[in-house]
Write a protein that binds this ligand. Structure first.
Ligand code: C2E
Ligand code: CA
Ligand code: CA
Ligand code: CA
Length: 278
């Protein structure tokens, strides 16, 4: 997947820069993408301290004939700006829950599934009701789901966000703070949030071996997280050396190319069949 991905990033970005593509073109292509089955999900395994898989993170992909594989951080903002996100978000949630339910039945195992929820999605009318409807429809246990949210959520109305997050958490879903340390973070807000996990951003993991500041940042994040009794997940782990230092610093969950790339359904199934499941 990664190889194809690199090529398409090269294709997509110059096309946009050269003005061959403008936002309107891309928006029109995106509008048709769902109906044309160009959008699909991939899943990246998440690994615990003992090297066992305990979950997956769902990541969306858009494969277009002309554009190649468009990165999600390019097309999600377009979907959001053009009002397509409710439909795309529904597709993501529905597809992920159905596929991961099917996989769990097929393999006779249970594991956690994490969904990325953008701030715009979280603020959509009836987001919560629609989410619960899809979970019940897939007959998945609430505790087997995790929502990955980002700090940017708290730029929005905290009096709306906090009760809703509490409601979601009270129903048994897990909540993870994604990209932690990269944005606006208020420690006093963090204490009030019903979160279960801090996800250390890849940018820290990338530099941890040769940048003492990154290592200190990670150490501080872990100290904060442990004080709040949270799981600490490191994302973007690519080497054994990174894993060793992150483990020594106290990380208890890991995700990255060192273990597995984001995998399409069949490859994910094969991965589960050949690895230890927590
Ligand atoms: P994120 O949530 O921080 O996701 C982590 C990104 O790092 C993913 O990129 C993943 O493929 C990549 N990654 C994981 N391990 C490694 C590694 O070891 N090395 C390298 N080089 N990369 C690694 P991706 O899939 O392109 O997603 C980018 C961003 O797009 C995500 O960042 C997330 O913010 C957003 N996104 C992706 N899928 C969804 C979705 O279904 N819904 C929403 N709302 N956002 C999504
Ligand atoms: Ca994420
Ligand atoms: Ca990240
Ligand atoms: Ca992100």
């Amino acid at each position: 997947e990664a190889k194809k991905y690199k090529n398409s990033v090269r294709l997509f970005v110059p096309l946009m820069q050269e003005g061959y593509l403008n936002r309107v073109n891309v928006e029109q292509m995106l509008r048709k993408a769902l109906a044309k089955h160009e959008i699909y999900m991939v899943y990246q395994p998440q690994i615990d301290n003992n090297g066992a898989i305990y979950g997956v993170e769902a990541l969306v992909r858009w494969q277009n004939e002309e554009l190649g594989l468009v990165p999600p951080d390019k097309f999600i903002p377009i979907a959001e700006a053009s009002g397509l996100m409710p439909e795309l978000g529904h597709f993501i949630i529905h597809t992920t829950l159905q596929e991961m339910k099917t996989l769990q039945i097929t393999l006779g195992v249970t594991f956690q599934t994490s969904l990325n929820i953008s701030i715009k999605q979280f603020m959509e009318a009836h987001f919560f009701e629609k989410l619960i409807y899809e979970i019940d429809r897939a007959k998945l246990a609430h505790v087997s789901l995790c929502l990955e949210i980002t700090e940017s959520l708290f730029i929005e109305d905290i009096d709306y966000i906090l009760p809703l997050l509490n409601k979601i958490h009270d129903m048994g879903l897990h909540i993870s703070m994604d990209d932690f340390g990269t944005g606006y973070s208020s420690l006093s807000i963090l204490r009030k949030l019903p979160i279960d996990e801090l996800k250390i951003d890849k940018s820290f993991v990338d530099t941890i071996l040769n940048d003492i500041t990154a290592e200190k940042m990670v150490q501080n994040i872990i100290t904060i997280g442990k004080n709040l009794d949270l799981y600490i997940l490191a994302e973007g782990v690519e080497t054994k050396e990174q894993e060793v230092i992150l483990k020594n610093l106290g990380c208890d969950r890991f995700q990255g190319y060192f273990y597995a790339k984001p995998l399409a359904y069949d490859t994910l199934k094969a991965f589960f069949e050949t690895h230890t499941i927590a």
